[in-house]
Ligand binder design. Structure first.
Ligand code: HEC
Ligand code: HEC
Length: 406
């Protein structure tokens, strides 16, 4: 009897899921994920004294893209995302879809007014340290930036690129800061801290790639810049392997045999979302705090969602259906206050049972579980802070900066 019921529930869920997401059987064959082995990547044991700049560049490329043929990976319709996670948010190639995330910072952006954004990242880095806004950030963080303890002190372009990895808040590009913070808080994670946790030598490799990706090795200063910035010698870190967060290589698939924490890590949700109950997901600032026990029932009732339904974009009729739709078809409805920045290929990356495991977890999260984990909504979330009025705001947005560029 019980067995019969659960079989029915499964069939029903699967049917519901297909009708939400796939819009018919034809899509099913396209969707079937390819299950791959995804061995965790250990830190590269880089012997910095016995390596050429060219080799560092190649290493940086594989840390960023998980491949030394990122264009080949793109051509197969997959996202080239390595353990550094940078392409989640940064566009490196014209071939990369424009709808990925907030900015094109690693690529010249010819279609904007800002003259700095028209430059390559390497050329731009030299201009950044001369901007008067950089001086304002030095003043703002003169006692040390809150999350890294760093006082902004880059003097050259190379040092600026190094600093950007260790302290994204040390200079926030205008227009790309977290909404509601007057461009004083960056949504970029600190790259040498968990969950991305690159070693110093890996950061030097990444900066080597940024400096020389256009093929001019004369632009390379990464190792010297690191040493000037920190005032000490860069040493090889072969011993750090165990500390590095194992981030799966290649396009992984979420399985029902995994825990919500493993799925969130594999699928990189943590880079953009805070999620109660997931230890690695405490800093994401691109998307909403995922408390779907609280959010999803309100979302489907909202006027904005009803409009998306009327326009034929959104289709969920239940709270759970809303969460599934948000993951499988993120463009169906854009949460007010946010941009259409979520990755679009999760529909190829979840087995049905893997999706169930994650959605169960998200649906169990509420205002209460978030408070218990010390998490709060972002300033741009329409519903506002979840902390009681007397509570200290978790996000210190610092002293407002003037908005002038020069
Ligand atoms: C979760 C999204 C996200 C990820 C992941 C991310 N970044 Fe960023 N990054 C941003 C945003 C947003 C900005 C602009 C705000 C700022 O200045 O901090 C930025 C700024 C930068 C800048 C300064 C750009 C400039 O023109 O001044 C550099 C350099 C940079 N990122 C490099 C990287 C590298 C290298 C990685 C991977 C190791 C990475 N980022 C990962 C979101 C991200
Ligand atoms: C590159 C950044 C990024 C990544 C990675 C990402 N998301 Fe999102 N997500 C967003 C943004 C931005 C929004 C809000 C805009 C929208 O509604 O699409 C969002 C919205 C959502 C919503 C709707 C939330 C609500 O309260 O209405 C859910 C659910 C969600 N994401 C789940 C996930 C899950 C699960 C993963 C990992 C499998 C994930 N996201 C990965 C950026 C991201």
């Amino acid at each position: 009897m019980a067995k019969k019921k659960s079989a029915y529930v499964v069939v029903f869920k699967v049917a519901l899921w297909y009708s939400f997401i796939l819009g018919g059987f034809a899509a099913y064959t396209n969707w079937l994920p390819q299950i791959r082995g995804d061995a965790p990547e250990a830190a590269e044991a880089i012997d910095v004294n016995n390596i050429t700049p060219d080799e560092l560049k190649v290493m940086g490329e594989s840390i960023i893209f998980g491949s030394n043929d990122p264009l080949g990976v793109l051509a197969k319709g997959e996202g080239p995302i390595g353990k550094g996670q940078c392409p989640l948010c940064h566009r490196f190639f014209m071939e990369q879809k424009a709808d990925r995330c907030p900015n094109l910072l690693a690529l010249p952006k010819p279609d904007v007014d800002d003259p700095l954004l028209k430059l390559t990242e390497e050329a731009r880095s030299h201009e950044r340290v001369k901007e008067s806004r950089y001086e304002e950030f030095k003043e703002l963080h003169k006692d040390g930036e809150k999350n890294s303890g760093i006082v902004p002190h880059a003097e050259t372009g190379g040092q600026y690129l190094i600093e950007s990895e260790y302290c994204p808040n040390c200079f926030v590009v205008m227009g790309f800061g977290l909404k509601g913070t007057n461009d004083t808080v960056s949504p970029m994670p600190i790259i040498n801290k968990p969950p991305i946790l690159l070693a110093d030598t890996e950061i030097v490799a990444v900066v080597s790639y940024l400096q020389t990706r256009d093929g001019d090795m004369n632009l390379w200063t990464a190792k010297d810049s690191w040493e000037e910035y920190w005032g000490r010698e860069l040493v090889s870190e072969a011993g750090e392997e165990e500390e590095v967060a194992p981030v799966a290589a290649g396009p992984p698939v979420a399985l029902g045999s995994e825990t919500p924490e493993q799925i969130v890590q594999k699928m990189t949700c943590f880079a953009c979302h805070k999620i109660p109950g997931i230890s690695i997901a405490t800093t994401g600032m691109i998307g909403p705090l995922l408390i779907e026990g609280t959010n999803s029932p309100n979302r489907i009732k909202s006027a904005e969602y009803k409009k998306a339904v009327k326009d034929g974009k959104a289709h969920a009729t239940t709270a759970r259906g809303y969460v599934i739709e948000s993951i499988m078809d993120p463009g169906a409805f854009i949460v007010p206050g946010f941009a259409d920045d979520m990755l679009k290929d999760f529909k190829h990356k979840f087995t049905v049972s893997g999706l169930d495991v994650l959605v169960d977890h998200l649906m169990a999260q509420t205002v209460e579980t978030a408070i218990a984990d010390g998490l709060d909504r972002l300033p741009n979330e329409k519903e506002g802070s979840i902390l009681p009025p007397s509570g200290e705001a978790k996000l210190d947005t610092g002293k407002p900066l003037t908005n002038g560029a020069g």
